[in-house]
Design a protein around this ligand. Sequence first.
Ligand SMILES: [Mg+2]
Length: 237
Amino acid sequence: MKKISLLLFDLDDTLLDNSSWFDKGLTQCLSKHPLTINVDTVLFLELVKKPPRSLIDKLISGEYNTVEFKRARWKYALEQFNLTTDIETLDQLDTLFYKTSMDYITVNKSVLCLLNDLSKEYELGVVTNGLYDPQQKLMNMGLGKRLNSDKVFHAEQLGYRKPDPRIYSKALDYFNKQPSETLFIGDSWTHDVVAPMENGMEAIWVNSRNVSPSTSHMPYAIVSEIMEIRDLLLSKN
Ligand SMILES: [Mg+2]
């Protein structure tokens, strides 16, 4: 592993536990907005977290941009409660959710300490498809300086998403690194292991849900949570 000098991280469900801020933020948002004040929040949450495959496919194919996808997801969940509304209200709900949920993202001292230690031996970047502002998330996590906007490659801003090779190339170009000098760390087998490996990088898979890989790729390591990379990547002196 001596040759590796750049670590690229996925953000959601890798550095940041998504279920906590998303669930709490959405639950509170639903109880605040007049349109959703009486909905079953547990069911609504499930619908938002698992929208129909057709909506996800439209996001992946580029037919929907992020804003359109989020509107369609809100609309779909509302329709299951026989609620219909206009685009302005969908956007209003999404803004309320964003503002409410970001407050639930706070400093995780273990992750902060891990990245501080890793930064002594590696350059660090983030490559994310996240639907909500990664810079705000990182700031709330206390990582805003360590991972400033130059080092965050966000699908929404770039116009292409993981596993599109261009998003990885963009990060490598910024850091002036070869794929062989780079290791990708993330929870998505397709986005964070297969695509980086197909593009010549090493990968560590954060398999916290203990799922089976869908291809025969052999990443450098498989861990069950992010803190396990400390022993794998830091020299012991
Ligand atoms: Mg992820």
